[in-house]
Write a protein that binds this ligand. Sequence first.
Ligand SMILES: *[C@@H]1O[C@H](CO)[C@@H](O)[C@H](O)[C@H]1NC(C)=O
Ligand SMILES: *[C@@H]1O[C@H](CO)[C@@H](O)[C@H](O)[C@H]1NC(C)=O
Ligand SMILES: *[C@@H]1O[C@H](CO)[C@@H](O)[C@H](O)[C@H]1NC(C)=O
Length: 367
Amino acid sequence: MTGLHHRYQSKRPVWIIILASLVCVSLLGAYIYPPRGYSACYFLSSSICSKDWLPPVPARVYTDEEIAARVVFRDIIAAPFVQSNNPKIAFMFLTPGSLPFEKLWEKFFQGHEGRFSIYVHASREKPVHVSPLFIGREIRSEKVAWGKISMVDAEKRLLANALQDTDNQHFVLLSDSCVPLHDFDYVYSYLMETNISFIDCFDDPGPHGSGRYYKHMLPEIEKKEFRKGSQWFSVKRPHALLILSDSLYYTKFKLYCKPGMEGRNCYADEHYLPTLFHMVDPGGIANWSVTHVDWSEEKWHPKAYRAQDVTFELLKNITSIDESYHKTSDESEKIHLDWMTALQCRQCAVNLDTFSVRSLDAILYWH
Ligand SMILES: *[C@@H]1O[C@H](CO)[C@@H](O)[C@H](O)[C@H]1NC(C)=O
Ligand SMILES: *[C@@H]1O[C@H](CO)[C@@H](O)[C@H](O)[C@H]1NC(C)=O
Ligand SMILES: *[C@@H]1O[C@H](CO)[C@@H](O)[C@H](O)[C@H]1NC(C)=O
């Protein structure tokens, strides 16, 4: 499959502007984020595309399960936000094993005790920690097969553990190759002050978008609702609850969105949350992720950084990115939007061995 995809960056609405960032520097991106197709976006969606001259289509009659799911979602979203006296951000690391940038994260967190909590889902081996902040932060984990529903299960496991702490108000999913691009205060105020979740979501009519849709998902999920996006999200507490409360749509993806199904590939972690939120709370998500991945080379893998690539200048460039686009896999659309990202996550196919101390120094200096 091919990849490519969407890249984004942006600058935009005046109201949100500035932001912060985590860059995921690469490392092992390919294995965390195996080559797949991703693609793009298009997101001027429905209102613009609707054809006024068509007779109105009668509304579909919902199944019992849909009615039940939708009232639960509606009330979770509408419920008054539970205010905490000590609001924290949950940083949830989804990693195969040890976190190569623990020292960097420690520096990021230092001096902000009480305003964050850390959760680590290590799917392959027990991590060796170099920072006391990460010791004892592992949750019970299971194996994760990239692209399969076990990836979504790991995300839900992290959310469930993080929701146990009622002070956690915002939940950020990060990979082991993510590094922070902005300082803690910047990230904290950006995420705490916004009322939306950062879930990447776009309509890709191409083979790596709705070409992965199966009609078995009917009647609940129609092809026109099928969406795509990077798996790295950051969600407000009500949306975290909504994700855990869903079993109807989750089950559809578990059964009918998997690699190699009927000769085609579908990756639940790229489609489940974008599609779910597009259907149940489209106005509550940014349609962009706060993490940054560079797909500008338009290859199967995101841009790879070698140790010598990671310089002060590169980091400065990434933090100044102020516009972004999603690219669809049918090559038809490339839409630029202005939007400013809060956290940026860069994943790339960099060999861990080549990611030297020198790179880490550049990043540490950046902070
Ligand atoms: C978020 O806040 C903005 C500005 O206050 C408001 O216009 C918007 O409707 C809010 N969005 C949600 C999902 O509450
Ligand atoms: C995200 O896209 C949906 C349409 O799918 C739109 O309703 C919503 O306003 C968009 N979110 C933002 C923050 O623009
Ligand atoms: C940073 O951006 C400038 C201007 O776009 C470009 O010329 C330079 O090559 C970039 N440097 C790196 C390291 O990406």
